[in-house]
Design a protein around this ligand. Structure first.
Ligand code: NAP
Ligand code: GDD
Length: 331
């Protein structure tokens, strides 16, 4: 039975990936930080078969200890400061976790595998997945974006992810570590954090429909994103680590939509006109925006045989339906 270690187990992707790996008979460990992490109970309830190991991407020793204890075949590094606006307020922390945290994880693998510049880990056992991001493309000059598209990050988060990407490539090339970088475009679900725009909209549509919320204030309604379903994307992470050779892959649907289109569909699903409830305010604008992202996932389709199942319309409906249920049961 293969063993996987997932960092970021308390996040959206961590829970979907754990479910997927358990369904294909993995032993799954999740790395949790802090001595009293409030989300630990959530993981224990939702995923009782996941074993918890303590550690923090800010602490090198804790990562080495975690690997020595778990002896994983595969490591999925999903942990990060992941909300882009936070990265302007806490740029140093973002660099430490989202950027240098990747280096610490790779160093932990290198140390445990006993690799050095004179003795590469040619037969290294541990396979490593880094959660890279379409935010690295940022101010794009070419649409759609693929593995060859140049990076032009627009936030401290994007800059940290570029570091994480290149250090992953570098440890693969320097030490022979089986390390892959998955350049994933936005993916959402009913488990998406409420600070991200899709969940903010789906919760508001449900809340307004049920008379529990009056209106919704957003930022830039013109921004375009390539939104897919998180459950589809974790399958791609796993597939990357099953290939004969490590490589980097763009993962996305190839379709992009404006924020206003997401709002339109979500409100229509509950029989409302979004324009009656949504307004835009500069408090949610960003110092430097990423206007438009669309994936060209041809390589993943051809080499991994991966493609998304859930459509944009189905994703919006799934999220609004889940929030209708949650709102009805809650307040
Ligand atoms: P998320 O829900 O925000 O989860 C982030 C996770 O990182 C949480 O489990 C958090 O744990 C953990 N974490 C934060 N700081 C940590 C630290 N110092 N040590 C250990 N763990 C720490 O993110 P997500 O949406 O699942 O995304 C997963 C990864 O994919 C992230 O790296 C994100 O940047 C990247 N990504 C996401 C998307 C997307 O659209 N979702 C697209 C491209 C790339 P706590 O609960 O303790 O805070
Ligand atoms: N969060 C938020 N809140 N975004 C808004 C709002 C609002 O009220 N109004 C408009 N937007 C716009 C943002 O300006 C951005 O252009 C777009 O909606 C998407 O914002 P988010 O949902 O916050 O996601 P993101 O694209 O910045 O980042 C997500 O996707 C990246 C992949 O491209 C995160 O999951 C990152 O971790 C991930 O790397």
């Amino acid at each position: 039975m293969p063993t996987a270690l997932i960092t970021g187990i308390t996040g959206q992707d961590g829970t979907y990936l754990a479910e997927h790996l358990l369904s294909v008979d993995y032993r799954v460990y999740g790395l949790i930080r802090g001595q009293a992490n409030p989300k630990r109970q959530l993981v224990e309830t939702l995923l009782p078969d996941v074993r918890i190991v303590e550690g923090d991407l800010l602490d090198q020793t804790s990562l080495i200890n975690a690997i020595q204890r778990v002896e994983p075949d595969e490591i999925y590094n999903l942990a990060a400061v992941s909300f882009v606006p936070v990265s302007w307020n806490q740029p140093e922390l973002t660099g430490e976790v989202t950027g240098l945290g990747v280096l610490r994880m790779l160093e932990a693998i290198r140390v445990v595998e006993g690799a050095s510049t004179s003795r590469p880990a040619r037969n290294g056992r541990i396979r490593f997945y880094q959660a890279s991001s379409s935010e690295m493309f940022g101010k794009v000059a070419v649409t759609p974006q693929n593995e060859q598209t140049p990076f032009y990050p627009r936030s401290p988060y994007g800059v940290a992810k570029v570091y994480g990407h290149y250090i992953t490539v570098n440890y693969r090339e320097s030490y022979g570590i089986f390390a892959c970088s998955g350049i994933l475009f936005n993916h959402e679900s009913p488990r998406r954090g409420p600070e991200f725009v899709t969940r903010k909209i789906s919760r508001a549509a449900a809340g307004i429909k049920l008379g529990k919320q009056k209106d919704l204030v957003l930022g830039n309604l013109d921004a375009r994103r390539d939104w897919g379903f998180a459950g589809d994307y974790v399958r791609a992470m796993h597939l990357m680590l099953q290939q004969p050779l490590p490589d980097d892959y763009v993962i996305g649907t190839g379709e992009s939509h404006q924020v206003r289109e997401f709002a339109d569909l979500a409100f229509r699903h509950v029989g409302l006109n979004w324009q009656d409830y949504v307004r835009s305010d500069s408090q949610f604008s960003r110092p430097a925006e990423v206007d438009h992202l669309t994936a060209d996932a041809t390589k993943a389709r051809q080499k991994l045989g991966w493609q998304p199942i859930v459509s944009f319309e189905e994703l919006v409906q799934m999220m609004v339906e889940a929030d209708l249920k949650a709102e009805a049961g809650q307040r």
